[in-house]
Design a protein around this ligand. Sequence first.
Ligand code: MG
Length: 413
Amino acid sequence: MERTILHCDLNNFYASVECLYNPSIRDCPVAVCGSQDLRHGIVLAKNYIAKKYNIITGEAIWQAKQKCPNLVVINPNYSLYLRFSKEARDIYSRYTNNIEAFGIDECWIDVSESTKLYGSGEKIANEIREAIKEELGITASIGVSFNKIFAKLGSDLKKPDAVTVISKENYKEIVWKLPVGELLYVGRSTKKKLNNIGIMTIGDLAAVSPTFLRSLLGKWGDTLWAFSNGMDESEVTAVDFQNTIKGIGNSMTTARDLVNNDDVKFTFYVLAESVAERLRKHNFMGKTVQVYIRDNELGCMERQAKLQNPSCISGEIANKAFDIFKKNWSWHKPIRSLGIRTTDLVTADTYTQLCLFEDQNRRCKQEALEQSIDELRKRFGHYAIQRALFLKDKALNANPVEDNIIHPVSFFR
Ligand SMILES: [Mg+2]
């Protein structure tokens, strides 16, 4: 059976959401940028007006401002973007539950089984496009095709607020004339290799023999050749963007070996603070705490336990980590490095089963306190405010706080 797959891309996603919330900047060039005081001061997203100034995602803020001195620079608000991402997903799920997230602002949607009920892929795509505009106030461009690769290509062809259909009948006309670099997974170096031997368009790629491509690119050559000919059989697998975030963690190799429980408790507090800060930043709470211990002869151990309540409070995470540690470590050797990771993430607004024997009021206050600390640190730097405990051993507290954004976070790297 021929499949019907949509690829939906929310246009200029971060910048569109910001403009929606702040109408006064709608007619200005706007760029959402990583924090200016850290080394992450780069353009993450921009609106169409900023695009006209040739501002490029990934360039430094100062470069962007040289091209456009009145550029409005905005710090990202990930929890807001996550909410819009989820609401867009709710719209897709009116048609099917076969939805695969590709980043925060893109999804594949397999509506093959839904066309009998809701009409053609093009009709469904137009309904989704309208619903996103009406209900969310932002726009989407959608590609409709018989495979994922061409659906993705289609969503790039007409922007914003548009639908492009690439069918078995028209794909040669539409797809084959496009530059080969437009094909998903053709990166810069592959593109260069292909261009060097005269393969400039996707059509050129489709026309050469797969054996020849294999000699040039290895097994990957076969795959790309198949893609260019519309032979992508890969399925849309139900993946939620949030589920792709495995956890938020941090680890450190300490300035000196840890030799007693006090050292370990101290280090867990340092780690838990940066983990909790990142959880709050992305509007998450963790249900499970994992602990990683490496001794000075490089032997490793990992253990985990559930928290009583989902949490983004550093004290709760540190104490749980310390509990796990005490139950599992017998001090046969000094410790070289420690890590904490929170997993089973839920969004901070998830309903929680309150425990009768715990003081929820105290927890709320603790969370509010930590949020105020986040604010202070944002304004005055990480070391502006510290636990008194940390003054005891400055060497152990030399912990670079990472500004990891939402991506599958690989632990202990
Ligand atoms: Mg987008």
